[in-house]
Write a protein that binds this ligand. Sequence first.
Ligand code: DAK
Length: 266
Amino acid sequence: MTEPTTAQPTDYETIRVERSGRVAWITLDRPDALNALNTQLMQELVAAATELDRDDSVGAIVVTGSEKAFAAGADIKEMSSRSTAQMREANHFGPWLDFARVETPVIAVVSGYALGGGFELALMCDVILAADSATFGFPEIGLGVIPGIGGTQRIVRAIGYPKAAELVLTGRRIDAAEADALGIVSRVVPAAELRAEAERLAESIATKSLPALKAAKAALDAALETGLEEGLALEAERFTALFDTADQKEGMAAFSEKRKPAFRHR
Ligand code: DAK
């Protein structure tokens, strides 16, 4: 297992950002609150992800938590006494839209609790790698609220209405095996192997051509957000545009020459 090599110079207090080759790791770091997503953590996470997204030396961003918790939801203590007007004023939705707009592939590496906003954060990522210890759920209904950062929309798209409705309306927690069977996660691995498997997965994405990765992500996103014809048009345009990249020439030359491509990410 490779240890992260380069620490990012940042003032972050609720997350840690590290680099290992072309992979950037963002680790949620509020252990006393099981990584509950308070305003500061949300702002730091979104700032870090958008900054990494502008950096062409980053080919994949990993978001992870601790062994016990990916994130136990939005911070209940921070928002419990707020009024509707105060919640509107706080504008918790805008930054999460920015997170979802990140063009670089984002991988959620989930161990332990991914509840409420934590589950929603995982659903905003492109790939979810889960430990067999992971637990997912939307407890919001039991708190007198509903998921508020995309949970109802993304879970329906991920697993269909009936299964999604049961999870949202009951707040029932599910384990990693059920999340896998429902198609919520990309893959489940033994907890002891999570870090090594996450490194392998992130590396296998991050070393591909960055323009192609961003085009692939945009095309995948279009499948969720547009009709088929519009999605097909976007895919065709992004495919075609890649033929002016150095990496497309290199990738296809490498195939003909029976060698590995040396992508320059442009
Ligand atoms: N918020 C604040 N603190 C939390 C927390 C949370 N979500 N989850 C855990 N903690 C804190 C606990 O209060 C405790 O702190 P101390 O009492 O020690 O000071 C510490 O973390 C350890 O937690 P526990 O002692 O409870 O640990 P256990 O192992 O016994 O239980 C648990 C773990 C995950 C089952 C339990 O902590 C739990 O049920 N946590 C709450 C899970 C939950 O209901 N999550 C959903 C939150 S609602 C919005 C968008 C989205 C949302 C909101 C707004 N806008 C756009 C405005 C989303 C809403 C949610 O996510």
